[in-house]
Ligand binder design. Structure first.
Ligand SMILES: [Zn+2]
Length: 536
């Protein structure tokens, strides 16, 4: 038999059940055909084979990002990047630049501002944005994706008058009875849907996102949704046109009216698992609470620095149990966005109730984020076989704010060490564009729990590099019922692989982030190769 590509002299991180590390691997067409010593793999070769000498560098299963938003990441790239500004003043200058090339009446969009990182130390207001333009509607989304600020023109176009009542699960922030333009949670989601990008822009965005994710070694994405009801169709179009190169597991929900979207999915008669190796329908997903950094997450105890606030709920228990209970009964995998401990507990209870009514083996129900998860909840997750999808990169981005908002509870935020000890299989998601999509960065944050200022947030929850790699590969495959076809380097599995520019297992922890992806192989094809020292 002739092997198309033989990788030898490598650090082959197989992520098999023993986490064994081998020297070499062979792939042919779109499958892995052999793993072993250099001699064993070279014996697979024939005249037509390509031999690639890895010189000690790591080759891993392609990374699986278990929670990311391709559409949001991609369309953000079309707007103004507020993360690159250090102050409101600077952001306004960037927005004014965009006005120059945008016809009056069309949307100006920005994203990524964070009042905690801006010089002024306060949220944006519509009066700030009115200085940019009163002829264009303007929306700037906060870095968390749960809050935005709009100008007066946007409020006017959306028909939100000064007396408007707050929507369910959201808030129009007011000062002295006047709207400031700041929109919280569902108020933001409604506005964002109203301001949404065109179909063409979404397709353009998806292609940009896919390319960036490939550069980071990501070969599968659990897509966590967009704003509109057309999102799944947009994904499907982009996958079949190969604008999206990765394999997609599409969470079925919406950032806007998630129970409504789930109900439509149930009506249509489809269920989790429909599709093929390139795109599958994932779990039914609803939103329970807000974000960790707003903070708007629903917590059992009030925020440490504000005894009057314990976050926002999108749904009450009854609505949650009804929406996801039906989905479970219809055979769907179910999941929910839950960040605060009260929200996480609500989801655990929803899963328990659903299973009580309709017992099912191997359901693999998930909890997206599973932010604050104290010990009493861990045991219940273990008993119910729930899969959490944590985002350790949040700790880097927002960790210092967590100390202010949650105090000692930081020891239970994304508690990866505890998940491991309780035997709860967790799959890591970046929640890109909320944080960097780079899995190497994700692994770094999981093993160091360092914030961007260098503080260690909840030191007891650090895990090993091996555990973090598993959470980015095999566990991701498990969370989508696909561990038999991907997630490890074993004969018969899909040839989705990533090659780094060094050894991830012997690299000093503090230097992990210097590792780069050299090559991403998807379905046996080299889809990305770093320019300077590509392996081809
Ligand atoms: Zn998300």
């Amino acid at each position: 038999m002739s092997a198309a590509m033989l990788f030898i002299n490598g650090e082959v991180v197989t992520v098999d059940s023993e986490f064994s590390v081998r020297e070499a691997v062979a792939i042919e067409e779109n499958k892995i055909i052999a793993v072993g010593t250099n001699e064993e793999i070279l014996a697979q070769g024939s005249e037509g084979s390509t031999i690639i000498n890895l010189e000690g560098r790591s080759i891993l299963p392609g990374f699986i990002d278990a929670h990311a938003h391709l559409e949001l990441y991609g369309t953000n790239k079309l707007g103004v990047n507020g993360k690159e500004a250090g102050s409101i003043k600077e952001l306004l200058v960037k927005l004014k630049e965009k006005v120059k090339t945008t016809p009056a009446g069309e949307w100006i969009r920005g994203w990524g501002y964070n009042q905690n990182h801006y010089e002024e130390g306060r949220h944006l207001t519509r009066w700030d944005l009115d200085q940019v333009s009163t002829d264009h509607p303007i929306i700037v989304v906060r870095t968390c994706g749960h809050i935005s600020c709009v100008n007066s023109k946007a409020l006017e176009l959306a028909g939100i008058d000064p007396q408007a009542e707050d929507p369910n699960g959201g808030k129009y922030v007011r000062e002295n009875g006047e709207m400031t333009g700041l929109l919280m949670e569902s108020a933001h989601m409604n506005m964002f849907l109203f301001a949404n990008y065109s179909k063409e822009e979404v397709q353009q965005g998806l292609a940009l996102a896919s390319e960036d994710y490939l550069e980071k070694g990501i070969t599968s994405v659990h897509d966590a949704g967009g704003y509109g009801p057309d999102h799944i169709r947009f994904l499907q179009e982009a996958v079949s046109a190969r604008r999206i190169k990765q394999r997609i597991y599409a969470l079925y929900g919406s950032l806007h009216d998630s129970p409504g979207m789930v109900a439509k999915g149930l009506e249509s008669g489809i269920r989790t698992g429909l599709g093929d190796d390139w795109m599958k329908i994932g779990p039914a997903k609803v939103f329970i609470d807000g974000s960790s950094s707003g903070p708007t997450a629903k917590t059992r105890e009030p925020y440490t620095n504000n005894p009057d606030d314990s976050g926002i709920l999108y749904l009450n228990k009854q609505q949650l149990n009804e929406s996801l209970g039906k989905a479970h009964k219809d055979g769907w995998q179910i999941t929910a966005h839950a960040i605060g401990d009260e929200a996480v507990e609500m989801m655990i209870e929803a899963i328990r109730t659903a299973l009580e009514v309709e017992p099912r083996q191997d359901h693999r129900h998930r909890i997206e984020h599973s932010g604050i998860t104290p010990p009493d909840l861990l045991q219940r997750m273990k008993d119910l076989e729930v899969i959490p999808i944590p985002n350790p990169a949040f700790i880097y981005e927002f960790g210092d704010g967590y100390i202010r908002d949650y105090g000692g509870r930081v020891n239970s935020i994304f508690p990866l060490r505890s998940f491991s000890e309780y035997g709860v299989p967790f799959a890591i998601g970046s929640d890109s564009p909320i944080t960097s999509v780079d899995p190497i960065h994700g692994i770094y944050t999981a093993v160091t729990r360092r914030s961007n200022s260098g503080n260690i947030i909840g030191a007891g929850q650090r895990i090993t590099v091996q555990e973090a790699i598993k959470a980015y590969t095999w566990n991701g495959a498990y969370a989508s019922f696909e561990e038999h076809v991907k997630g490890s380097i074993e004969p018969g599995k899909l040839a989705d692989l990533v090659i780094l520019n060094g050894s991830i297992l012997t690299c000093e922890l503090d230097r992990l982030r210097e590792l780069k992806v050299e090559c991403t192989i998807l379905d046996g094809e080299i889809e990305y190769a770093a320019k300077k020292e590509g392996v081809t």
